[in-house]
Design a protein around this ligand. Sequence first.
Ligand code: SF4
Length: 281
Amino acid sequence: MPRGITPRQPTKTGRHEGTRKAASKKPGALQAPRSGGSARPHTVRAASPTAKARGKAYNPTAPDRVHEILQRLNALYPEATCALHHKSAWELLVATILSAQSTDVGVNQVTPVIFKKYPTVQDFAALEPEQLQPDIRSTGFFRNKSKSVIGAAKKIVSDFGGQVPDQMDQLLTLPGVARKTANVVLGTWFKKNEGVVVDTHVHRISRRLELTRNDDPKKIEQDLMKIIPREKWTLFSHQIIWHGRKLCIARRPKCVDCPLENICHAADKTWSTVEIHKNAV
Ligand code: SF4
């Protein structure tokens, strides 16, 4: 192990419990302590030298570090894409509005029902919010979402000839559509990299990886747009969202299984072979 790197010790609270089983399954992953052996974790691969060890000031947004993060995400999630089922820009827009404070799985159960009942944007535009509410109730905040979906449908029919616009400024005129939703539609359906989708996963993981120190989604997006190549904005968003679901989960990230582990200094890691940065949360 390179000098200057001190593995983080398992806590007395059992925070690291459960890592032993996960580590033992995965060749090349970090290994948990052997039974009866030292309580200190060790690795079977060398952790990368810290900036301190190399005598340089640590810059978490340095191009080479960002490039390394992107490379590892590409290897982990090469085909990452939007998990919301859709067959058109309109269906994706509706699904994205419904996904606020809900799970994609929950939205995917609701959307086939409503798109069968109301096949076109004109069908939605003709509804009163109360008519849609029962069908989307399970996604939560159904009164507001119903107003947004029907309001967006009316505006698309009246102002955009029934077609979902493919321009950011036009999308932002639709009720219930802010930059996150617009970025999903532009990036996923229209293949336009106009911004980075900052949902709860991108928010959390960008901070853990020290790609931003901001807490406001608009500022986080601006930070990410400065350091990530434009052609990667949409893919990066999807990859981070997948990472947030599979490994870097909110309450108990599976750091022992994470290929980003030795370049991640997040304060709430559950396992670490590198120094922890207390502001990286
Ligand atoms: S090492 Fe842990 S906190 Fe860091 S990105 Fe991976 S899962 Fe998230």
